[in-house]
Design a protein around this ligand. Structure first.
Ligand SMILES: Nc1nc2c(ncn2[C@@H]2O[C@H](COP(=O)(O)OP(=O)(O)OP(=O)(O)O)[C@@H](O)[C@H]2O)c(=O)[nH]1
Ligand SMILES: [Mg+2]
Length: 198
């Protein structure tokens, strides 16, 4: 349901649209980012985390987390007067990886969120996004209490090529999340023309 206070229709001047996927491993803040950036009430498909996930999902880093995405997140944001972006968040639990292919279909690009406390879990995510053939960039979601590392160290730890965008954001902050999306679009536009939908 759309709540009036958040509803901010796409500008009538917008002539182009794009789909961006927010991907990442379990609990890196995908749902939070889609929710903070969206100008419409975000669509969330989260379910409570149950005892069945004990030993499967690592909640030590995010003890306040009580739900997990079981299908996708959806939001929409006008990047500027001309471009509207539809943002799709993937589920993070590995059992839902089969969904990622359809979520990535027709996507302009993907923003891969990472948490510096679980970089090892992001290798498999990056491999998968590369296999999907979607241009991508990476954003470190800065969690309170997580160590901060220079970006070149993160780049090295993730074995990211020099031409892959690596930026930093706070997924809880709208402007920070929006800037991560804008950085990604600008970075990719600089290297090759992007196929925006009319
Ligand atoms: N301190 C801090 N907490 C965050 C941030 N982003 C998310 N959180 C919290 O971390 C937890 C995980 O956030 P989610 O947005 O559900 O993560 P997710 O990647 O969608 O998780 P899955 O869909 O289960 O993979 C939640 O309790 C958030 O409130 C952040 O930038 N900083
Ligand atoms: Mg989620």
């Amino acid at each position: 349901m759309v709540s009036a206070h958040r509803y901010d229709p796409a500008p009538t001047t917008a002539t182009r649209s794009a789909k961006i996927v927010v991907a990442g491993s379990f609990g890196v803040g995908k749902t939070t980012l889609v929710g903070s950036v969206s100008q419409v009430e975000p669509l969330r498909m989260d379910e409570p985390i149950t005892e069945a996930s004990t030993g499967v999902d690592d909640l030590r880093r995010t003890p306040a987390k009580t739900t997990t995405t079981v299908a996708m997140d959806f939001g929409r944001v006008a990047i500027n007067e001309d471009l509207v972006v539809y943002v799709f968040g993937t589920p993070g639990q590995t059992r839902w990886r089969w969904l990622w292919k359809s979520l990535a279909e027709g996507a302009l690009c993907a923003l891969v969120l990472v948490d510096t406390r679980s970089l090892d879990e992001s290798h498999e995510v990056l491999d998968l996004v590369e296999d999907l053939g979607v241009p991508y960039g990476v954003a470190v979601n800065t969690f309170d209490g997580a160590s901060r590392y220079p970006t070149d160290e993160v780049r090295q730890a993730l074995a990211l090529a020099e031409d892959v965008l690596l930026t930093v954001c706070d997924a809880r902050e709208r402007v920070s999340s929006l800037n991560a999306l804008i950085d990604l679009i600008e970075h990719l536009t600089a290297s090759h023309p992007l196929e925006l939908q009319p």
